[in-house]
Design a protein around this ligand. Structure first.
Ligand SMILES: [Zn+2]
Length: 561
C-alpha cells in the first residue's frame, strides 16, 4: 500500500511537470534555482532547481527545466549556488518546558553556583531553583555533592539535573521537603549517595530523584506553549523540519500542542511518543491506538511508545555485561526479561511501535533478546521497533539489528570528545569498551538502519554539529588529532542520510519526507557553506540560511534577503 501511494505521488509529479504549460494546471507557487542540491533520492541524486506547489515538491531538475514551469504568479528565488539538502529530522528530541538555569560547560563548582545565583535573582524569593546541564567533572574528585549549593542557598530548595538527565543534585532544603534523610531507602532503579555517616550527599541517581521532582511546581500551560514556540524557532534556525519527541506529554504539554495545531503556529512536524509501561491495560492501549489513528495529518503524529531499560554511563547506571572500570557495579537495569517480553508483546499486538532507551551492552542485549522473543511470539512484520542511544553495544550484537529489523536510533553528537567524554565516560568504561563506544561506522557496515537525533536538551540540537561529530569526532579546534576513536567515523553523505531519510523511516514517513523528489512534502534547508566538501572548517562555519517546511519559510537568514 505505501509503495503504491508513493508511485502515485511520483506519477502525479511527472504529470504536473509535463502538463504545466496547459492553462488548467496551476503553475508552481515558488521555484528555487541556482542551488547545488543533494536530493538523497537515488533516482536523481543531484539537481540545481526545485519547484513547489502548496506543501509539496512538484519537480526537481535543472534550472532550465524548472524555470520553464513558472507561471505569471510563480515566485522565483536564486540561491546563489548554495548547497540544498532535505530538511533535517531529529529522531530523538525532548521539549524543555521549565525556565531553568543552564549549567552546561560551567568550568567549576564556583561558576556553577554563580550561574545559579544570577538565575535565582530572576525568580520570586522563595521559588524552587532548578538547573540542568552539570557534569561530574565540575566537582572536586569528579563527585557531585550539595556542599557548595547548601552554602549558597541555605533556605531555598534547589534541584539540579545533570547533562544526561539521569542524576540529580538536591540541596538539603530540597531533600528535607521531599522527606529524604539518612533512613530513606532508594526506590527500585535508583540510588541515594551517602556520606560515611549515612547522610545523603544530595546526589540522587535515576528514580531516587522522583520524590524531589514531585515537589517542584509544574509550569503553566502558557509557559509550556511559550517553550514550544521558542524551541520550534530554534529548531528552524538549525535547519530542522521534523522532530520526534521521545517522551509522553503531560496535560499542559498536550494543551500546548493542540493550541499550536489549531492556531497554525507549528513550525516543525512532530511525532509524539506515549509511555511504555509494564503490563498496560486494554483501555490504555486502546487510548494509544485511538490517538495514533486520530492524528494522521502532516504535522502531528503518534504511534510510538517510549520505555527505559537502563540509565547512563556517566551516572554508572547504564546496564553493562561486565563491571565499570571505576567504582564497579554493572548499572541499574530497570526491567526483567519476563515483564519486558510480556509488555512488549502487548504493545506489538496493538500495532504500536516501541523505542527502548538502552545504553549499556547488557541493556542493548536485553532489548534485542526481547524484540526477538516477541517476533517469535507474534510473527515478523514491518514493526520497526527501535533502540535509543545504544552507546556501547557488544560487537556480537551488531548484526542482530538488521536481522530483526530493529532501528538503531543513535546520537552523533554524543561522540563530542569533550572533558566529560574523555575524563569521565572513557575511564568508567575502560579502554576496551571505550574503543567500541558510539560505533556509527560499524552499525552502518552491519546494515542497520541508523536514525540520528540529538537528545536535546541533553546536547545542542544542531544537526550540523551532530554530523561534525559523526564525520570527524573532533571539536571545532581539531582536537583530538585524527578524531576520537576514528574507526567509527562515517562519510558526510551517510550522516546526511541518517539525519533525513533514515530518521523518516524510523517514523514510518519515508514515503513523504526525507528526500527531495516530486510528490514528497517540501521540507528543505539551504546552507551557507557546502558541508559536502568534507572539511572540518566548513562544518564549523556552516549554518542554515533558509529552512522551508511544507513549502513555507520557517527560517530565513536576514543576510539572504
Ligand atoms: Zn532522550
Amino acid at each position: 500500500m505505501p509503495l503504491r501511494r508513493h508511485a502515485l505521488r511520483a506519477a502525479a509529479g511527472l504529470l504536473a511537470l509535463a502538463a504545466c504549460a496547459t492553462p488548467d494546471v496551476p503553475p508552481p507557487d515558488r521555484i528555487l534555482v541556482n542551488a547545488v542540491i543533494w536530493t538523497g533520492d537515488s533516482a536523481r541524486p543531484a539537481a540545481t532547481a526545485l519547484a513547489i506547489r502548496h506543501d509539496t515538491i512538484l519537480a526537481v531538475g535543472t534550472d532550465e527545466a524548472i524555470r520553464a514551469l513558472a507561471g505569471p504568479t510563480t515566485h522565483l528565488e536564486d540561491l546563489g549556488g548554495r548547497r540544498m539538502v532535505p530538511g533535517f529530522h531529529d529522531a530523538h528530541w525532548h521539549l524543555p518546558t521549565r525556565r531553568t538555569a543552564d549549567l552546561t560547560g560551567a568550568p567549576s563548582v564556583d561558576s556553577l553556583v554563580a550561574r545559579l545565583q544570577a538565575f535565582a535573582a530572576t525568580l520570586p524569593d522563595s521559588a524552587w531553583i532548578t538547573g540542568r546541564g552539570w557534569t561530574p567533572d565540575m566537582f572536586p574528585a569528579n563527585t557531585a555533592t550539595s556542599a557548595a549549593i547548601d552554602a549558597a542557598f541555605p533556605d531555598r530548595p534547589v534541584l539540579l539535573t545533570d547533562r544526561d538527565g539521569h542524576q540529580s543534585l538536591a540541596n538539603q532544603v530540597a531533600l528535607r521537603l521531599a522527606g529524604i534523610d539518612r533512613n530513606s531507602v532508594a526506590p527500585p532503579g535508583g540510588a541515594i549517595d551517602r556520606a560515611r555517616d549515612g547522610t545523603p550527599t544530595g546526589l540522587l541517581r535515576e528514580t531516587a530523584a522522583a520524590p524531589v521532582r514531585a515537589r517542584v511546581p509544574a509550569p503553566s500551560a502558557d509557559e509550556v506553549y511559550a517553550a514550544l514556540t521558542d524551541a520550534m524557532a530554534r529548531a528552524a534556525r538549525d535547519g530542522l523540519t521534523a522532530l520526534q519527541l521521545a517522551n509522553g506529554l503531560d496535560e499542559a504539554e498536550e494543551e500546548a500542542f493542540a493550541r499550536a495545531l489549531t492556531e497554525g503556529t507549528l513550525q516543525t512536524r512532530f511525532r509524539i511518543a506515549v509511555p511504555f509501561t509494564p503490563m498496560p491495560s486494554d483501555s490504555a492501549l486502546d487510548a494509544y491506538t485511538r490517538r495514533r489513528d486520530a492524528n494522521r495529518g502532516p504535522l502531528v503524529r503518534y504511534g510510538i511508545a517510549k520505555g527505559m531499560l537502563d540509565g547512563t554511563v556517566d551516572a554508572r547506571s547504564a546496564f553493562m555485561l561486565a563491571p565499570y572500570a571505576i567504582g564497579g557495579g554493572t548499572g541499574l537495569p530497570r526491567w526483567s526479561m519476563d515483564t519486558l517480553v510480556t509488555t512488549l508483546a502487548r504493545y506489538d499486538s496493538a500495532g504500536i511501535q516501541v523505542e527502548l532507551h538502552a545504553i549499556g551492552d547488557g541493556a542493548i542485549r536485553l532489548a534485542l533478546d526481547a524484540y526477538e522473543a516477541v517476533q517469535r511470539r507474534n510473527g515478523a512484520g514491518d514493526r520497526r521497533h527501535r533502540i535509543e542511544h545504544l552507546e556501547v553495544p557488544d560487537p556480537a550484537d551488531l548484526p542482530r539489528f538488521k536481522a530483526l529489523g530493529v532501528i538503531a536510533s543513535t546520537q552523533a553528537v554524543f561522540a563530542t570528545p569533550d572533558a566529560t567524554a574523555l575524563d569521565n565516560y572513557v575511564p568508567l568504561l575502560g579502554p576496551e569498551r571505550a574503543a567500541r563506544a558510539l560505533p556509527f561506522k560499524a552499525l552502518d557496515d552491519a546494515g542497520a538502519v541508523q536514525a540520528f537525533g540529538s537528545d536535546y536538551p541533553v546536547f545542542p540540537m544542531s544537526p550540523i554539529l551532530g554530523m561534525q561529530m559523526a564525520v570527524f569526532r573532533q571539536l571545532a579546534d581539531g582536537t583530538p588529532e585524527g578524531g576520537w576513536e576514528p574507526q567509527h567515523r562515517i562519510s558526510v553523505e551517510a550522516a546526511l542520510r541518517h539525519y533525513t531519510r533514515d530518521a523518516a523511516y524510523a517514523a514510518f514517513r519515508e514515503r513523504e519526507i526525507g528526500i527531495l523528489a516530486p510528490g514528497m512534502l517540501a521540507d528543505l534547508v539551504v546552507l551557507s557553506d557546502d558541508i559536502l566538501d568534507g572539511t572540518l572548517a566548513t562544518f564549523t562555519r556552516a549554518r542554515p540560511v533558509l529552512t522551508i517546511m511544507g513549502g513555507r519559510d520557517t527560517w530565513r537568514d536576514p543576510a539572504l534577503r
